[in-house]
Design a protein around this ligand. Structure first.
Ligand code: FE2
Length: 377
């Protein structure tokens, strides 16, 4: 890490310019530095939580002195006459003057093929490093798989408990996805399902879904995954207008299939952050409610855009397929990855158990494992 060489106050002490050994110059504002001071009156040494509000910092704040010594910056803030120190490493890792690209996401299509992140169930349960790598692969690709796990019902709960918490819904803590093809009924075909995200009628949507296979002796019945962020990127490439329509108008989703349940949501099919980056995809033909948020003039074009997005999602070039065997499971980021089941037929049984969970616990676990590893290094 480059060493901090000099500090120069600018803008009447409202800002500071830091020069590093490698000649990189980073600028910070006095108000930002004061708000993020690391002293025990500003931030709790017990839990790292902030002890002041912005109202506790004088509006007329300026920096009167800046000193660099031993790779540490010391600043005196006026009118408080308060001196605070900042390690250079902390300033570098929290700077906002240079674009901070902390991009874990890697878009994929069918070429991903055999590179599906896969780990043995027992290693996942026992070894923190293996868990960390699996969670990290999950964040990069939006899904990950475990193999050679137990075939006991409810084993899926132990997969989630390793990093977070199950989200209980009206479907229960977990639910069965069970289909039987009886020999007397050979003509019966298990219908394939179009790739979809689960439960878009919830707000907030469950951000993780786990599907765990306990039995799968049918022909077909493969799992299929599509990267929704890749689909959105392709739509944007093909037609900025279609992308605009799906990202700027709300879609409605609803589920009222049980007594006492009336789940409804109003969200865009492609959700963007303030920088225009895709942060969530919702796509599920079975739970679409009448669209009422699109102006009359734009409705035909909206349907064209919806159709175009569906075509990209249905394109075999977009999907990876694998058959879940008994004792195998996969976890998907339900804000990004669409999942489907291919048709199945013949004799046999297909029994999966599913549950929902959320990414906050998963990301917290991953961050904590990475911090622990960083400290040990
Ligand atoms: Fe589903």
């Amino acid at each position: 890490m480059p060493i901090l060489k000099t500090a120069r106050l600018t803008d009447d002490g409202k800002a500071i310019s830091l020069m590093f050994e490698n000649r990189d110059i980073l600028r910070f504002h006095g108000i930002w530095l004061r708000d993020n001071a690391r002293d025990p009156e500003t931030i709790s040494s017990l839990n790292g939580q902030k002890l002041i509000t912005l109202a506790d910092i004088p509006e007329e704040l300026f920096m009167s002195e800046a000193l660099v010594k031993n790779d540490t910056l010391s600043i005196t803030f006026m009118p408080e006459n308060k001196t605070v120190s900042y390690p250079a490493g902390w300033l570098l890792s929290n700077c906002y003057d240079q674009k901070n690209e902390e991009e874990r996401v890697e878009l994929w299509a069918s070429e991903l093929g055999d590179a599906i992140p896969t780990v043995e169930y027992s290693a996942y349960q026992k070894n923190d490093e293996i868990l960390q790598n699996w969670l990290s692969d999950f964040c990069r690709l939006g899904f990950a798989r475990l193999i050679n796990g137990p075939t006991r019902p409810q084993s899926l709960l132990n997969v989630i408990r390793r990093f977070g918490y199950v989200r209980e819904t009206n479907y229960g803590i977990w639910f069965d996805v069970r289909s039987e093809v009886k020999p007397v009924n050979l003509a019966y075909t298990g219908l394939g399902l179009q790739a979809h995200t689960d439960n878009p009628y919830r707000d907030p949507v469950p951000t993780l879904q786990l599907l765990y296979c306990l039995e799968n002796t049918v022909e077909g019945g493969e799992s299929l995954l599509v990267d929704g962020f890749m689909a959105a990127a392709r739509l944007r490439e093909n037609s900025t207008e279609a992308f605009r329509l799906l990202s700027s108008y709300n879609t409605r989703f609803a589920y009222e299939g049980e007594e006492g349940v009336a789940l409804r949501s109003k969200r865009p099919m492609i959700e963007l952050d303030p920088e225009g980056k895709v942060i969530a995809v919702r796509f599920n033909n079975r739970s679409c409610a009448p669209l009422v948020d699109i102006p009359f003039e734009e409705m035909p074009a909206y349907y064209d855009a919806y159709r175009a997005f569906g075509k990209i999602i249905d394109d075999p070039e977009m999907a990876i397929k694998f058959k879940l065997e008994a004792g195998e499971c996969f976890l998907v980021d339900n804000t990004r990855i669409l999942h489907a089941r291919t048709e199945f037929s013949g004799t046999g049984k297909r029994w999966l158990q599913g549950c929902y969970a959320d990414k906050d616990g998963l990301l917290s676990r991953l961050n904590a494992l990475e911090m622990k590893k960083g400290e040990a290094a």
